[in-house]
Design a protein around this ligand. Structure first.
Ligand SMILES: Cc1cc2nc3c(=O)[nH]c(=O)nc-3n(C[C@H](O)[C@H](O)[C@H](O)COP(=O)(O)O)c2cc1C
Length: 223
């Protein structure tokens, strides 16, 4: 014998289903809160020549989380806005294209650095550091991995080869800002070209013009 569910049961199932969707949406919205960064501490760090003397690529990271101040200062040094009146940055860029965006991978998820608002907007929940580490999995231990993505559509020149050339140079400068900031403040980092490009493109839903160029895992020294 086949028992047909009556309309009220079907309506109740649909209602429960809709409540579930709404509830999980609310949880998601709550979890994806932006992180408000602190103003940069402009007085910290070693004299610049001492920082140069210490600059080195780290080979090993521990998983101790960065303080909010360290994270805030790191991002300001990397590519923050240092001249608000003209909206220019700590890193120069070819033709002032400001093509480099920073995606911040942490245990909690992936964040987009909004330099103008000085906030991190979460775009993906959950730990995705392994896809930045790529085949060098040990680097996923670093509490923060900064992924430098150039949007080459911000260059006005005609051919893609010239755009990519400028993008590589701009990413190199942002990465070196990170290297010198870390050397001068007791943090460690390593500039890296290795990463899982395919998975990064897919999880970040990158446009064709957005090119992951380099990444820097950042953390505290392993004692
Ligand atoms: C553009 C660039 C890409 C790099 N890619 C990687 C990488 O994928 N993996 C890695 O372990 N190190 C990478 N490095 C770090 C170099 O291996 C490192 O800088 C070099 O060995 C010199 O060591 P030092 O930075 O301590 O002076 C990269 C460095 C640069 C500048």
């Amino acid at each position: 014998m086949i028992v047909k569910p009556n309309n009220s049961i079907i309506m109740r199932i649909i209602a429960v289903f809709l409540q579930f969707i709404c509830f999980s949406g609310c949880i998601l919205a709550q979890d994806m809160k932006p992180i408000t960064l602190n103003p940069p501490d402009l007085k910290r760090g070693l004299p610049v020549m001492e920082a140069f003397s210490l600059r080195a690529s780290a080979t090993e990271f521990n998983d101790k989380k960065l303080t909010l101040q360290d994270l805030s200062d790191l991002l300001f040094a990397a590519n923050g806005i240092n001249r608000k009146d003209v909206s220019k940055r700590t890193a120069p860029s070819a033709m002032n294209a400001q093509d480099i965006d920073i995606y911040v991978f942490m245990q909690e998820g992936i964040y987009f650095y909004d330099a103008a608002k000085s906030i991190l907007n979460q775009i993906v929940a959950g730990d995705q550091r392994l896809i930045v580490a790529g085949r060098q999995e040990a680097f996923a231990k670093a509490p923060v991995m900064l992924l430098l993505v150039s949007d080459i559509s911000r260059f006005k020149m005609a051919d893609d080869a010239a755009k990519l050339d400028a993008a590589g140079k701009d990413a190199g400068i942002v990465s070196q800002n990170i290297n010198i900031f870390c050397a001068g403040t007791g943090l460690i980092t390593r500039p890296r070209g290795t990463m899982d490009l395919e998975k990064i493109r897919s999880i970040l839903k990158l446009k064709e013009s957005q090119r992951p160029m380099l990444n820097n895992p950042v953390g505290y020294p392993v004692k």
